[in-house]
Design a protein around this ligand. Structure first.
Ligand code: IDC
Length: 329
């Protein structure tokens, strides 16, 4: 004779208290630091964060709701949310107050859920980060001041510099980093690299231009981005060589072409993921929206429905990978 387990018992389980603070990535690891070439936690233990980037706040803010962020933190078990604030294309420059306020809110949302948060200064076109230098100073001074007491904020100061030499990017970084450090001296800062954060590879260079002339600051990591169907073995091998010499963080990648669209190449993406696991490199996937392109995780136009299980193939794939990797796995 079987023992009946009625719906009441199930309901009780479902209504149990949320996980205690220590069970979240930030609760467990606290303030991060760069130790040698790796990312480490407050106690000096190596960590690998995995998570998602938002799409541009000017277009897809409605995909960042209480319930979608709960889903990201608790169902996908993401460690990190990247808040992608474009500067041009209808972003920050059109209304600095509104975008800054929204970034403040999203930092609080990530914090409440025990996730790390990357504040992404999403410069893209024009590709010279110095074009937005004054804006970046204003923005980061306010953000760093307001959140300096938190343990979970990482600053990404330039999404994808392009068409400019490394010396221009380094010069920009050495002006923006002190603005952040003046308010939040311990925070990890992520520095975008030449050629759309390809470590120079997409503009005929490579990481050796950085090792020869590194940014004069500590507690920083250099950023690499890839789109697995476009950036295959040439980029992957360049990335592998760089990982032996520089602290790296992949703040954006897609399983498709560099347009964020087209067919997924999951085999190429998995080869990158395997390499990042071996090297302990943290990663963030593009993007947590319902844009029509194949790289947006939700089905086109589905954010309004609140059905966060309505995923495109890239969404199903990356959700599985996030669930099984990173510190919250
Ligand atoms: C793309 C978006 C697309 C948007 C475009 C605007 O997917 O919807 O119209 O930006 O600039 C990047 C960039 C990121 C790109 C993404 C895909 O950081 O902004 O998003 N990508 O093209 N670098 C390489 C690829």
């Amino acid at each position: 004779m079987s023992v009946a387990r009625g719906p009441a018992a199930t309901d009780l389980t479902a209504a149990a208290d949320p996980a205690p603070a220590a069970a979240t990535p930030v609760g467990e690891h606290g303030r991060l630091q760069v130790c040698g070439l790796k990312l480490c936690d407050e106690d000096g233990r190596q960590v690998q964060l995995t998570g998602m980037s938002s799409h541009g706040l000017q277009w897809f803010d409605h995909c960042l709701t209480d319930s979608s962020l709960d889903t990201l933190a608790h169902d996908w078990r993401a460690d990190v949310l990247r808040v992608s604030m474009y500067i041009q294309e209808g972003g920050y420059e059109t209304d600095p107050r509104r975008f800054t306020d929204r970034v403040h809110e999203l930092i609080e949302e990530a914090t409440e859920r025990g996730m790390y948060v990357i504040v992404d200064w999403h410069m893209l076109s024009p590709g010279d980060p110095n074009h937005n230098l004054d804006r970046a100073r204003t923005f980061f001074a306010e953000i760093a001041d307001a959140h300096a007491d938190k343990d979970n904020v990482l600053y990404e100061i330039a999404n994808e510099p392009n068409g400019v030499p490394w010396s221009s990017i380094k010069g920009y970084a050495e002006q923006v980093i002190p603005v952040i450090r003046a308010e939040d001296p311990e925070a990890v800062v992520l520095v975008g690299t030449r050629g759309w954060s390809s470590l120079g590879l997409s503009e005929g260079s490579d990481h050796t231009e950085i090792t020869a002339d590194p940014v004069d600051a500590d507690n920083i990591m250099y950023v690499f981005h890839f789109y697995a169907a476009s950036h295959t073995s040439f980029h992957r091998e360049g990335f592998r060589s760089a990982a032996r010499e520089l602290p790296l963080f992949v703040t954006e990648f897609g399983t498709q072409e560099y347009t964020g669209d087209g067919p997924d190449d999951f085999a190429s993406a998995q080869a990158y993921l395997d390499l990042m696991e071996e090297e302990g490199i943290s990663w963030v996937n593009w993007n947590f929206s319902d844009d029509f392109r194949s790289g947006a995780v939700f089905r086109t136009g589905s954010c309004g429905s609140g059905d966060w299980n309505s995923l495109k193939p890239a969404g199903e794939w990356i959700r599985d990978r996030i669930r099984e990797s990173g510190t919250a796995a």
